[in-house]
Write a protein that binds this ligand. Structure first.
Ligand SMILES: [Zn+2]
Length: 452
């Protein structure tokens, strides 16, 4: 196992830390791969103030300082889920093994129309946030309806999030009149813009076929006006390509470019059916893509030219999509799938490496959300969004290569500690902010109504 030169300073930084994580192998993702053995990470006011390599126990200057014992653990940046609909945990397992159109129009949309309200979205989002914390996700990008409730759930659980109001030119949950979708979206942004440094509001256009040209253009204008990214589903199905071709004579990426939507502020999920010109356009315009392999596989939507896009230099984050097309929110599984699927599709074991999968779930995700100056790596000055993975389990032994272990052997259940903004949200697999039992009890009760 290679390691970078240790920063050999056994001293406390100028600001006394309120949290120290020490003892494990840190995978900083700041270099390639940026390994520090016997790591000691100092955190103060939610910020990483120093990262050292130190063999001796920490000389604590302050008895109030909390210490996370990370011996026999890998310490890494919290994972970033760049595409999900968190409250859809409500419908996990409700409809599986169906064609996308049947699944969406005959099962999911009717269930959403009937059961979504502020209370169900709140509990669905709360459960999803807890699931993400328990599997090592510290930041998520979400698009749905009744999003005040997703903001509330993220805030109460302590997660960081880009939480967007869904925009669709059809009657939607909470927005029965599509003529109001943009004004409701703008109000949502204004309501939450200065609420918390961990929460960024935004808009999520459902797709180029369910949103009109005017809706797409206005959504981008509103987002840019607030310096916020805009999220969208792009090129998820072959049918979408044909519909846009019929409507505009252009393929979806060209169509969005002509409307002025292709720019670094666009986060496009799926991006499966792209031709060479579209891939070049996406790279030239600096659009951020989100790879969602498990949902794409489950709905048989396609596989996507992920490794070809990476070779072109396109920034790609990783996402789970909602819990009824995956059916979990575990980014460890998603990294494993991303790396293996690319190999299977391209008949090339070098097409997408474990390191590239981990990069997508951390550094790539942070850049996709415009948060690269704050999160995605473990570095002095960044926000302390950090997880530890417990290595004292048979399937994670021995440790020849931490990146390989994380991507190909670990799963979300191996995450031991989760810290967001310097606040410990899970310690030794115990939630610190909320008790999951009443949340799950409430969800079981609501499930009886959804599928009696
Ligand atoms: Zn989606």
């Amino acid at each position: 196992m290679e390691s970078t030169d240790p920063v050999d300073m056994d001293e406390i930084p100028a600001t006394p830390p309120d949290l120290i994580i020490e003892g494990g192998v840190a995978l900083t993702m700041a270099q390639d791969p940026g390994l520090i053995e016997h790591a000691r990470i100092f955190i103060s006011g939610g910020q990483i103030t120093d990262i050292q390599s130190a063999q001796t126990p920490s000389p604590l200057s302050n008895p109030e300082t909390e210490v996370i014992d990370a011996r026999d653990s890998i310490i890494l940046p919290g994972l970033i889920n760049c595409h999900t609909h968190t409250a859809m945990t409500l419908f996990r397992g409700l409809a599986d093994d169906l064609p996308l159109k049947t699944w969406l129009f005959e099962r999911i949309f009717p269930a959403e129309r009937e059961f979504l309200d502020p209370e169900t979205v709140y509990y669905g989002a709360l459960l999803g946030c807890m699931e993400m914390i328990a599997s090592g996700t510290t930041c998520f990008a979400d698009g749905y309806f009744f999003q005040d409730e997703t903001v509330r759930a993220a805030h109460e659980t302590g997660l960081r999030g880009l939480i967007a109001q869904g925009v669709i030119d059809l009657p939607a949950p909470g927005v029965p009149d599509p003529a109001e979708n943009l004004s409701r979206g703008r109000e949502f942004i204004e309501r939450w813009l200065h609420f918390s440094p961990r929460i960024r509001p935004g808009l999520f256009c459902h797709s180029p076929i369910t949103c009109s040209e005017e809706t797409l253009i206005r959504s981008m204008e509103i987002s840019q006006g607030h310096h916020l990214p805009l999220q969208i589903h792009l090129s998820e199905t072959a049918e979408e390509i044909q519909a846009i071709l019929n409507k505009s004579g252009m393929r979806p990426a060209q169509y969005l470019d002509q409307l002025g939507l292709l720019n670094p502020g666009l986060i496009a999920a799926h991006a499966l059916h792209l031709d060479e010109k579209e891939m070049d356009l996406i790279r030239e315009r600096g659009v951020n893509l989100v790879h969602v392999p498990e949902s794409n596989m489950k709905l048989a939507s396609g596989t996507g030219p992920v490794s070809r896009m990476l070779r072109r230099g396109v920034n790609i984050g990783l996402g789970t999509d909602g819990a009824c097309s995956n059916n979990d929110l575990d980014l460890f599984c998603e990294m494993d799938t991303a790396a293996k699927l690319a190999k299977a599709v391209e008949h090339d074991p070098t097409s997408l490496s474990a390191g590239e999968a981990l990069h997508m779930a951390t550094v790539g995700g942070a850049s996709a959300l415009g948060l690269q100056d704050y999160i995605g790596t473990l570095e002095r000055g960044k926000r302390a969004d950090i997880i530890t993975v417990d290595l004292t389990q048979p399937h994670l032994c021995p440790l020849h290569n931490p990146v390989s272990t994380l991507v190909y052997a670990a799963n979300g259940g191996d995450v031991k500690d989760v810290i967001v903004d310097g606040i410990v949200l899970m310690k030794n697999r115990k939630f610190t902010m909320l008790d999951p039992d009443p949340v799950m009890a409430k969800m079981r009760e609501m499930a009886k109504r959804i599928a009696p």
